[in-house]
Design a binder for this molecule. Structure first.
Ligand code: TXA
Ligand code: MG
Length: 352
């Protein structure tokens, strides 16, 4: 156990003094958890190999899962990447600062711990004012995975980070809820066509609006349990209770859930349902189950913002089983669907 300093900052007007202290910790090799617009990150300066290794230890992260390098100036891309295809620069101009991570061939000099031995590097320029100011004051690239224990839902509130990492790192900067709520889109630019390895805040539709219709490959494997980014092969985002992801007609799903709720009641089990505002109408959802709403089905951004918080609430409520109604796969809904699929162990059940 070490003493973790927890500081609360206003995301709109972050306190310079506090962030200067955080930057000093990073520069001398400490670990700092900080907010980004997607999820909280656990940062270390990339050139400090011992600190980067510490990230893996603290999270319990498998050593073959590379980290994303965070920068604050677009030109830092040249310090990290050996080649920068034209598409990378176009996308950087359009989507940075913001939730897009680009995979490029890495320069020598980036420690193997960061890239987990791969010849590539993941680069992202976040838009959260606290992240930007911290990166500017640190003035060195910062490797940062999500600031959760490996396998747990990513943290979208300071309190989630405190639950997972208090006593393990030097500092936690709490600036409230993160906003986007799902991690950045990971886009591989090292092949013939750009390929989405992890759907996120920058949607395929947004990328294709810039690169042209059909320009972006979205591998089928995103929809099952085969891994693309090394990190996607592990059980992920998982609440403690088993989660089942359901698709089908709303009416049919509601009937199915009603049956499951009745069975669970007889067996003395507690059920959690993750669905949309519209699904709260399932009669016994009002009393017999704990219902967690992803907001309006018509606005996938609401679901993205809430998803990881709800998964943690399921744990707190101590439910025995979780049923999740599959999100519409448009816009950022694709990322929400992808995270729920991982939480469900790669399986989706069509209810008929
Ligand atoms: O929004 C985000 O991206 C957050 C915030 C903190 O920036 N970070 C984040 O990091 O989600 P992490 O480590 O939880 O997820 C990084 C993902 C993993 O699936 C990893 O395997 C993949 O990016 N990745 C990193 N470097 C890669 C590389 N060189 N090639 C392929 N995938 C890579
Ligand atoms: Mg993560």
């Amino acid at each position: 156990m070490i003493k973790t300093e927890i500081i609360r900052v206003n995301p709109e007007a972050p306190d310079e003094g506090a962030l200067a202290q955080a930057a000093a910790i990073l520069r001398r090799g400490g670990l700092v958890a900080f907010p980004t617009e997607t999820v909280y990150g656990l940062g270390a300066v990339i050139y400090n190999r011992v600190s980067v290794k510490n990230i893996f230890t603290v999270k319990g992260r498998p050593g073959d899962n590379p980290l994303i390098v965070h920068i604050y100036r677009e030109e830092q891309i040249f310090e990290l990447a050996r080649e920068t295809p034209a598409a990378a620069m176009v996308l950087a101009r359009r989507f940075w600062p913001g939730p897009l991570t680009m995979i490029l061939p890495k320069r020598e000099g980036i420690p193997v711990e960061v890239s987990a031995g791969l010849p590539t590097v993941a680069i992202r320029l976040p838009s959260h004012p606290v992240a930007r100011e911290l990166l500017r004051l640190t003035d060195l690239p910062v490797a940062a995975p999500s600031a959760n224990l490996s396998g747990r839902p990513s943290p979208t509130r300071g309190s989630h980070v405190i639950t997972d990492l208090n006593g393990k790192i030097e500092m936690i900067i709490d600036a409230g809820p993160t906003g986007v709520g799902v991690e950045s889109t990971v886009l591989d630019l090292t092949g013939l066509r750009p390929r989405i390895l992890r759907p996120g805040g920058v949607t395929r539709e947004m990328l294709e609006a810039v690169l042209g219709a059909g320009a972006v490959e979205t591998p089928e494997a995103l929809n099952d349990s085969r891994p693309l980014a090394p990190g996607m092969k592990y059980r992920h985002y998982a609440p403690q209770a088993p989660l089942r992801l359901l698709t089908g007609e709303t009416r049919v799903i509601h009937t199915f859930l009603q049956e499951r709720v009745d069975q669970a009641r007889q067996a003395g089990k507690k059920i959690g349902v993750i669905g949309y505002d519209e699904d709260q109408g399932i009669p016994s959802c009002r009393t017999e189950v704990t219902f967690f709403s992803l907001g309006r089905r018509s606005n996938p951004a609401e679901g993205a913002e809430r998803l990881f918080h709800l998964l943690r609430l399921c744990d707190q409520a101590g439910v025995d089983e979780i049923y999740a109604v599959a999100p519409p796969r448009t816009g950022v809904g694709e990322a929400v669907y992808n995270r729920l699929l991982k939480a469900a162990g790669g399986k989706v059940e069509e209810i008929k």
